[in-house]
Design a binder for this molecule. Structure first.
Ligand code: SF4
Length: 420
C-alpha cells in the first residue's frame, strides 16, 4: 500500500469520524515538516478522558465509510455520493503504533460504517484492538464503537481489549428513529448496552475475588444522541438520557447538534444553523442531573418542554421557583446551596467548610473566591441583605441578562467544527 493511498484513506476516514463526538473535541495542529507518515494536521486527532480523568489525545478514525444502511442523518449512509475507503486491520494497527511512537497520540478511537454485517464489522474492530494489545503490547487508550446488532461473544471480546465501549443511540426517540433510520430498531442499541453493563459488573465482582481477572472496559460505556434532526423536545431528550444513565450505568451521554448534510424533506435543510447553544444547554442539564441532584422533571416538564436558551438551566429553574429563595449561606443544606445559580460544587464545599468556623458575610464569600454576580440575587448571609427584593422571575431574568454578556452569544449560529 503506497504512502499516498494510506494518507488519502486517513483523510477520508478521519473526516467521516468527526461527526461522532463521543470522544470530545478539537484537533491537533501538529504538522510534520519532513513529509513523513503521521502529519497530524487535520488527520483526526481528538481528545478524550480516561478512567482516572486524564485528558488523552486519540487517533479518531473509521475503519470504513462504506455502509449497508441508509440512515438519513448520516454522512456515511449508502445512498450518499461520497468517496469511500476502508482500512485493513493491519493498517489501523500500523498507523496507531506509528502515531504513538511519534508522540502524536496516546490512544485510538475507532468506529466504522457497517460492511456486510454487524458481526463482520465488529470482528474487524475487535481484531484491531486485539492485535494492538497482544502483538504490539500497546497499553494506550482504546475506545471502540460497538456495532449495533453484533453478537454477545464479540461484545465480550471487545471489552477485554478496549478501555471504553460505546453504542450510539443516534436519535433520541423511537418515532424519530423509525422516521430517519427505518432499518434500525431501538433494541439493536439496547442489547449490546445490556451485555456490556452486565459484563462490567461480572468482571468487577470476579476481580474482587480473583485478582488476576482481566479488566473489562474499565472506562465504562457511553453513547451519543444527535440533536435537532428529528424534532424531539429537550424534555424527550433528557428523559432518554436519564433512562440510559439509570439502566445501563453509562459514564457519559454526548449530545451532538445535527449538521445538515443532505437534501431530505425529513431533515432540517442544508444551511440551517447547527444547534450549538441548545447542545450546550443540554450538556448543562445533564451535568445538573449527574452532579447537582436535579431530576429531569424539575427542569423539563409538560409546561416547559424546552430549555430557555437565554439562561443556563439552573438559573432557568431558579427563576421559576423563586419561592425557594433566598437561601441562607450560613444555614442552608448542601442540596439547596447547590441549586443557587452561579454556585458550583467547589464553592458549595468551600462554604460548608468555612461556615463551620464562623458566620459568613459577603466579604468572606468574596475573599473565598465565590462568584456572586448571579448568586447574590438568591442568597442571604450574615448581613441579611438581599439583592432581589421584590422582583418577579421575568424582571430578574432581564436584570441578570443586562448585567452579563453571555459567553455563548458569539457561538449562536456558528457551525460545529470538531477539527479546528
Ligand atoms: S449504520 Fe451507522 S454508519 Fe451506517 S448509515 Fe447508519 S449511522 Fe451511518
Amino acid at each position: 500500500m503506497s504512502f499516498e493511498r494510506t494518507q488519502e484513506k486517513l483523510k477520508i476516514l478521519a473526516d467521516a469520524a468527526k461527526y461522532d463526538v463521543s470522544c470530545a473535541s478539537s484537533g491537533s495542529k501538529r504538522s510534520n515538516a519532513s513529509k513523513g507518515l503521521g502529519d497530524a494536521t487535520g488527520m483526526g486527532i481528538c481528545h478524550s478522558y480516561t478512567e482516572d480523568g486524564r485528558c488523552v489525545s486519540l487517533l479518531k478514525i473509521l475503519l470504513t465509510n462504506y455502509c449497508i444502511f441508509d440512515c438519513a442523518y448520516c454522512v456515511t449512509r449508502k445512498s450518499n455520493d461520497i468517496k469511500r475507503a476502508a482500512f485493513q486491520v493491519q493498517e489501523v494497527v500500523d498507523l496507531t503504533i506509528n502515531f504513538y511512537r511519534r508522540n502524536y497520540i496516546e490512544g485510538l478511537f475507532l468506529s466504522s460504517g457497517i460492511f456486510k454485517s454487524a458481526d463482520y464489522t465488529m470482528e474487524r474492530l475487535v481484531a484491531v484492538a486485539k492485535k494492538l494489545r497482544l502483538e504490539e503490547n500497546f497499553n494506550g487508550y482504546i475506545h471502540l464503537k460497538s456495532i449495533p446488532g453484533a453478537s454477545d461473544e464479540l461484545m465480550r471480546e471487545a471489552g477485554l481489549y478496549a478501555d471504553r465501549l460505546s453504542v450510539n443511540i443516534e436519535i433520541p426517540t423511537r418515532e424519530g428513529l423509525k422516521l430517519l433510520a427505518p432499518e434500525k430498531k431501538r433494541e439493536d442499541f439496547i442489547n449490546p448496552m445490556v451485555k456490556v453493563k452486565n459484563e462490567i459488573i461480572l468482571y468487577k465482582s470476579e476481580k474482587d475475588i480473583i485478582k488476576s481477572t482481566p479488566k473489562f472496559a474499565p472506562g465504562g460505556q457511553s453513547t451519543q444522541m444527535i440533536i435537532g434532526a428529528s424534532g424531539e423536545s429537550d424534555q424527550q431528550i433528557m428523559w432518554t438520557s436519564n433512562y440510559f444513565y439509570k439502566n445501563f450505568n453509562l459514564k457519559r451521554v454526548y449530545y451532538s447538534g445535527y449538521i445538515p448534510i443532505s437534501y431530505d424533506p425529513r431533515l432540517p435543510q442544508i444551511g440551517t444553523d447547527v444547534p450549538m447553544l441548545r447542545e450546550n444547554r443540554l450538556y448543562q442539564t445533564d451535568w445538573l442531573m449527574r452532579f447537582y441532584g436535579f431530576e429531569v422533571h424539575e427542569i423539563l416538564n409538560n409546561e416547559h418542554q424546552n430549555l430557555d436558551l437565554d439562561v443556563d438551566p439552573k438559573l432557568g429553574w431558579a427563576l421559576r421557583n423563586l419561592d425557594q429563595f433566598p437561601v441562607d449561606v450560613n444555614r442552608a443544606e448542601k442540596r439547596m446551596l447547590a441549586r443557587v445559580p452561579g454556585l458550583g460544587m467547589k464553592s458549595v464545599h468551600k462554604i460548608i467548610e468555612a461556615r463551620r468556623f464562623r458566620s459568613l458575610n459577603w466579604e468572606h464569600l468574596h475573599r473565598m473566591g465565590v462568584a456572586l454576580n448571579r448568586a447574590k440575587y438568591f442568597l442571604i448571609c450574615e448581613s441579611r441583605d438581599f439583592e432581589r427584593r421584590d422582583l418577579t422571575g421575568p424582571q430578574l431574568k432581564s436584570l441578570i441578562l443586562q448585567n452579563s454578556t453571555s459567553k455563548y452569544q458569539k457561538v449562536l449560529s456558528s457551525q460545529l467544527n470538531l477539527f479546528e
